[in-house]
Design a protein. Sequence first.
Length: 321
Amino acid sequence: MRDGARAAGLMIGILADATLGDPRHGHPVAAFGTLAAALERRLYRDSRAAGVLYTTVLVGGTVAAGVLVGRIGGPVTRTAVTAASTWAVLGGTSLVGEGTALAAALDAGDTAAARTRVTHLCARDPELLDADGMARAGVESLAENTSDAVIGPLVWGAVAGVPGLLGYRAVNTLDAMVGYRSARYERFGWAAARLDDVANLVPSRITALLTVALAPVVGGSPRDALRAWRRDAAAHPSPNAGPVEATAAGALGLRLGGPTTYPYGTENRPTLGDGHPPRRADLARAARLSRLVAAAAGVLAIGTACTVGAARTAAGSRAGA
């Protein structure tokens, strides 16, 4: 029954995100970010050891809270807790909304609004981006964040329930806060960045596989998406962003990568894909691809939770026989 509640809760949470988007007030992820920032002020040292302690306290505490909350009450209560947790950690609808809003601002020639929207999608310096640069930032962020904001939570929620949902989001949030190769975070953020790499190894590959499979729906070729993955992904500095961005480039017929400027400096990203650089019109296709990959992953997550539940029920019956 526990995993039946997990599957039902995942389904309700996915539908809540699809219809309502992120909670408008009192978002739990924002509250976690505030707590993490306060703890950083107390624990920060320019060392890996301090970063390991910081990451362990926050992620370990979040997982422990998830374990306790996930055991509350009967099936109905567990379903409601799983649904609320799923809704809180998923960001697919808001992600696609931001990508669509960026496309609209670029279409209207409203550079100021477009630059504001870019900051909602990634950490790049918008003042240094022209319209095509913002289109590229939007496409790459849609691809990467589809894995981070949707597939990752669903994978961990399907196999580990509430602790998996909350723990994954804690890891991903810390990586977004301190997981940079900047002078301040090169050592302190090392543990958060490496833990995020591990947590996303499987979700990123699932995202890439779904992108390959769904390429025809956005006018692309699965063969081109798979070729870009096999040829280009390994050159990306991130072991997980590489596959998802490369397959998105191949599926959309685009060429991603190039100089990427952050507040702490510029990284020269490798070329992914064989097409033209992203333009404004490509943002709508990227947003559609993100939405389709998220929907397919939702179905798989619910099915996986049901399968896990059935397996555990069968194991319990054999043990009690």
